[in-house]
Design a protein around this ligand. Structure first.
Ligand code: NDP
Length: 280
């Protein structure tokens, strides 16, 4: 039976580390690292995500403020609002919760964020820095996945890693970060023709497709490590992308909930304290 890779436990450790750094920064500079969360509209999942982020900021001893704007806000007004937050010296990190309502263009809104405060790592500049291998703020979910793998002692150097999903926020940056770890990476997506065969070869399988049960027991090699990024709401229950019986063949696996989710939030706090240190 697979060992459980406990994202909650690791996230608590990460938040303790952030708290110590925040306290040291505050003692030296006379202010806490600050995070602003911007929520546009009332997307139910977003409401629950921002609550977790507010709680984590509190646990990590950061200053945080949440701004709720109506779904009807004009793109220009939102850009100006985000730009003003960007100029606020108390704020080191600004997070615009995605997805935005359909009428707003995500790229245009994110472009109003100063890259040095883009703690989600979604601006074009920070994504370009990742591609170029330069220092920058990296997206939180991929950071959390890499941290969990390291924490569990999984060797990535030379490992065959399959990532299912190529989104700009999860799969794609994760693939680049795995390359930085010297893994051999295969990225699969909805046009891939040999998903089962590719997954079967992998030492590490990372599912980030948003398709419940896309990774099945018979696809996974005995002893592989499986990271489940997916969050799917099925019949009022949260499930991942990996079928539960994969635990019978994997050597280690993350649960949903309690795996990658808490790590994403913890890494947002880690990015905020990192941004704060760089700015000062
Ligand atoms: P997107 O919908 O943006 O991307 C999904 C990706 O999966 C796409 O690249 C898509 O391919 C691919 N895909 C979809 N169906 C299949 C399929 N049948 N076979 C192979 N590939 C497929 O989602 P996100 O990247 O934003 O999120 C992925 C999942 O992770 C979601 O469940 C989301 O809720 C969850 N998530 C969890 C987080 C956490 O903290 N735990 C944080 C962020 C996301 P194509 O590009 O061809 O369309």
């Amino acid at each position: 039976m697979a060992e459980r890779i406990d994202g909650r436990a690791r996230a608590a450790e990460v938040l303790e580390g952030v708290k110590a750094r925040a306290a040291a920064f505050s003692a030296a500079k006379g202010r806490l690292p600050g995070l602003a969360i911007v929520l546009v509209g009332e997307h139910p999942a977003s409401l629950s995500y921002i609550r977790s982020k507010e709680q984590a900021a509190g646990r990590a001893g950061l200053y945080s403020e949440t701004h709720r704007l109506p779904a009807t806000v004009a793109e220009d007004a939102l850009r100006r609002f985000v730009g003003r937050l960007g100029e606020d010296e108390r704020l080191d990190g600004i997070l615009v919760q995605l997805p935005l309502p359909d009428a707003l263009r995500q790229e245009e809104v994110l472009a109003a964020l100063p890259p040095e405060k883009d703690v989600d790592g979604f601006t074009t500049l920070n994504q370009g820095r990742l591609l170029a291998g330069e220092r920058g703020l990296r997206p939180c979910t991929p950071l959390g996945v890499i941290d969990l793998l390291r924490w569990h002692g999984v060797r990535l150097d030379g490992a065959e890693v399959v990532v299912i999903g190529r989104s700009r926020t999860v799969g794609r940056p994760l693939a680049l970060m795995l390359l930085e770890e010297h893994a051999s990476v295969t990225v699969l997506h909805s046009h891939s023709q040999s998903l089962s065969d590719d997954v079967r070869r992998a030492d590490v399988v990372i599912a980030a497709a948003g398709q419940a049960g896309i990774v099945r027991r018979e696809m996974v090699r005995e002893g592989a490590v499986v990271i489940d990024v997916g969050i799917n709401r099925i019949g009022g229950k949260l499930v991942g992308d990996v079928a539960p019986d994969v635990a019978e063949v994997a050597s280690a696996m993350t649960p949903v909930p309690g795996g990658v989710g808490p790590m994403t939030v913890a890494m947002l706090m880690a990015n905020t304290v990192e941004a704060c240190t760089w700015r000062s």
